[in-house]
Write a protein that binds this ligand. Structure first.
Ligand code: CUA
Length: 334
């Protein structure tokens, strides 16, 4: 409990630090796009924002003029009683029509632009929402991971998004495009990341107890770094040397319920939870809630639902020794 509070306090400090100047430096900012999709939406946002500023200035000026020009000067005098003014009524009907048309043209154009077909050289990624974590599969590369979406900068990517349980919504604000993930249906996001970096995302559709804990870490890499990552992910998992704590951890993994839910290539084939073949190489665990450190991993394994309310991974009531052995084994799966 205390450890949980400490983690939360740490996250708050990190969030405040990252928050810094607020709008632009927040990890969930939409104001600093890093993909073509993000740039298209951002341009429209700015266009509409400036038009809105113009409209606000005109409306506020007219309002102020009316307030002062027609204020009550003498409470005994009844003002002129006017009813109907064809010109005015025509004007305030047509003006919004023009404004909406001016907003609609670039918006519809952007919708078509961002919904265009999948380019031939696009990298395909199957994105699946689970209560409460994200699964990323690269069918052409034979790679599967959880929470952490690796993408090469400069290459179009086609995200085929769906869900296994309820409706979620995939969203990495700085990469643009938010899409509902619906069971039995595949929606698409096509985008080209433009900048190398780590971009945070979050499920954007309320989906149950741990909706807020369903995070995404978008890792955009140079093509060479991405290829190296793919090569590491395709490699078979580390095999612990006899007599090491990791070897004990492998035995614990195989003797506990872990095997029923998780895949580790060549060790187990569960598909309920994330593929753990290279879990040690990830930045975060527990759907992005915790850092991938031995202490945080021990906390997670010790009582998953206490960390992530409603977690499908139950409290297995592992002994402290078993937890430490698992931490050694999972940490070795780089
Ligand atoms: Cu998944 Cu909210």
């Amino acid at each position: 409990m205390l450890a949980g509070l400490r983690t939360r306090a740490r996250l708050v400090v990190v969030a405040l630090g990252l928050g810094g100047c607020g709008l632009y430096s927040s990890p969930a900012t939409t104001l600093v796009p890093h993909s073509d999709f993000g740039n298209v939406s951002h341009r429209i946002f700015l266009q509409i924002l400036w038009w809105d500023v113009g409209i606000f200035v005109v409306v506020a000026a007219v309002l102020l003029w009316v307030v002062f020009r027609f204020r009550e000067r003498d409470s005994q005098v009844v003002p002129a009683q006017i009813r109907g003014n064809a010109k005015l009524e025509l004007a305030w009907t047509l003006a919004p029509v023009v404004i909406l048309a001016v907003i609609a043209f670039p918006t519809v154009a952007a919708v078509f632009r961002t919904q265009a077909g999948v380019p031939a050289n696009a990298l395909r990624v199957r994105v699946t929402g689970h209560q409460w974590w994200w699964q990323f599969e690269y069918p052409e590369l034979g790679v599967a991971t959880g929470t952490e979406l690796h993408l090469p900068a400069g290459r179009p990517v086609a995200l085929d998004v769906s869900s296994v349980d309820v409706i979620h919504s995939f969203w990495i604000p700085q990469l643009g495009g938010k899409r509902d993930t619906i069971p039995g249906q595949i929606n698409h996001i096509v985008l080209t990341p433009t900048t190398v970096g780590v971009f945070h995302g979050q499920c954007a559709e309320f989906c149950g107890a741990s909706h807020a804990n369903m995070r995404i870490v978008g890792v955009v890499q140079s093509p060479a770094d991405f290829d190296a990552w793919v090569a590491r992910q395709k490699a078979p998992p580390a095999v612990p040397a006899d007599g090491t704590p990791a070897a004990t951890g492998l035995k614990v993994f195989q003797s506990q319920a872990c095997v029923g839910c998780h895949t580790i290539q060549g060790v187990s084939g569960g598909i309920v939870g994330p593929d753990l073949t290279h879990v040690g190489s990830r930045l975060t665990i527990a759907g992005g809630m915790l850092a991938n450190t031995p202490a945080d991993l021990a906390q997670w394994l010790g009582n998953p639902p206490a960390v992530k309310p409603g977690s499908i991974m139950p409290n297995l009531h592992l002994s402290e020794a078993d937890v430490q052995a698992l931490v050694a084994y999972l940490g070795s799966l780089k």
